[in-house]
Design a protein around this ligand. Structure first.
Ligand code: G3P
Length: 227
C-alpha cells in the first residue's frame, strides 16, 4: 500500500496511552483497523504507543504514525525519539504538537522539517483555527484541529463546535491549498465522520471512541459506514 497517498476521507486512530493498548492490545487493535481498512478500501492510519511502534508497523499494512517525535538528529540523544529512528522502524509518519504533547512553534517547524527529511508523513495538531493557520506555513501533509476541552468527551466537535472546523478550513486554505485538514475531539460514530466531511474537513483524528470501545471492530466499521 503506498503510504504517501491518502485520499479523502481520512481516518486516523490515535491509540494514546490507554490501558487497552498496553502489551498485546496495540497489535490487536491495529489488526482490527487493518481488517476494516482492507474490506472498506478506505485507508485508516493508526498511532500506537511508541514502545510498540516498530512491532506494529512491521505487522500491519496500513499507515502507522508515531504519536510524537523530538527535533533531534541521530547520535548521542538518550531517551529522545528521532525522526530517523521512527522511519527506520517502519512507521509511515508522525503526529506533531498533539495538545497532550505540545511543543513551541519553532519546535513544530523543526520537527516538521526533520520528519520530511526522513520521508515521514507529517500530521500537525492544533487547538484552534488560529494555530492551524500558523502551522500551515510549515507545509505538513495534514493539520488536525482539536479543541482540547472536547477531547475524550462524549460530544463530538462536529456538534459542539462546528464553527471551529469551518473556520480552520477557511484559515488554512487561505495559506495552503494542499494540506489535508482533519478534525477531532469527541468523534465516535460514522455520523460524526460524515458531519466532519460536510463541514469541509478531509477526515478525522480520534481516540477514545475506538480505543475504549466495548467492540472496537463494530466501532471502526461504523466510522466508515457513511463516507
Ligand atoms: O488525537 C485525537 C484525540 O486527541 C481525540 O481524542 O478521545 O476525543 O477521540 P478523542
Amino acid at each position: 500500500m503506498s503510504e504517501k497517498k491518502f485520499h479523502r476521507p481520512v481516518i486516523v486512530v490515535n491509540f494514546k496511552a490507554y490501558q487497552e493498548v498496553n502489551g498485546p492490545g496495540a497489535l490487536e487493535l491495529a489488526k482490527i483497523c487493518e481488517k476494516v481498512s482492507e474490506e472498506s478500501g478506505l485507508k485508516i492510519g493508526i498511532c500506537p504507543p511508541m514502545v510498540d511502534l516498530g512491532y506494529v508497523a512491521r505487522n500491519v499494512d496500513i499507515p502507522v504514525f508515531a504519536q510524537n517525535i523530538d527535533p533531534r538528529a541521530p547520535g548521542s540523544a538518550t531517551g529522545w525519539v528521532t525522526p530517523a529512528m521512527v522511519k527506520a522502524c517502519g512507521a509511515a509518519g508522525t503526529l506533531i504538537n498533539h495538545t497532550e504533547h505540545k511543543i513551541r512553534l519553532n519546535e513544530i517547524s523543526e520537527c516538521t522539517d526533520l520528519a520530511k527529511a526522513s520521508d515521514l508523513i507529517t500530521l500537525i495538531c492544533s487547538d484552534n483555527d488560529r494555530v492551524a493557520a500558523q502551522v500551515a506555513q510549515f507545509r505538513p501533509d495534514f493539520i488536525a484541529v482539536e479543541p482540547p476541552d472536547l477531547i475524550g468527551g462524549d460530544l463530538s466537535v462536529t456538534k459542539a463546535n462546528p464553527a471551529i472546523i469551518e473556520n480552520t478550513v477557511d484559515a488554512v486554505r487561505s495559506v495552503n491549498h494542499t494540506v489535508m485538514i482533519l478534525c477531532g475531539a469527541g468523534v465516535k460514530t460514522g455520523a460524526d465522520v460524515r458531519a466532519a466531511l460536510d463541514l469541509g474537513a478531509d477526515g478525522v483524528l480520534l481516540a477514545s471512541g475506538v480505543v475504549r470501545s466495548k467492540d472496537p471492530e463494530a466501532t471502526v466499521r461504523d466510522l466508515v459506514r457513511k463516507v
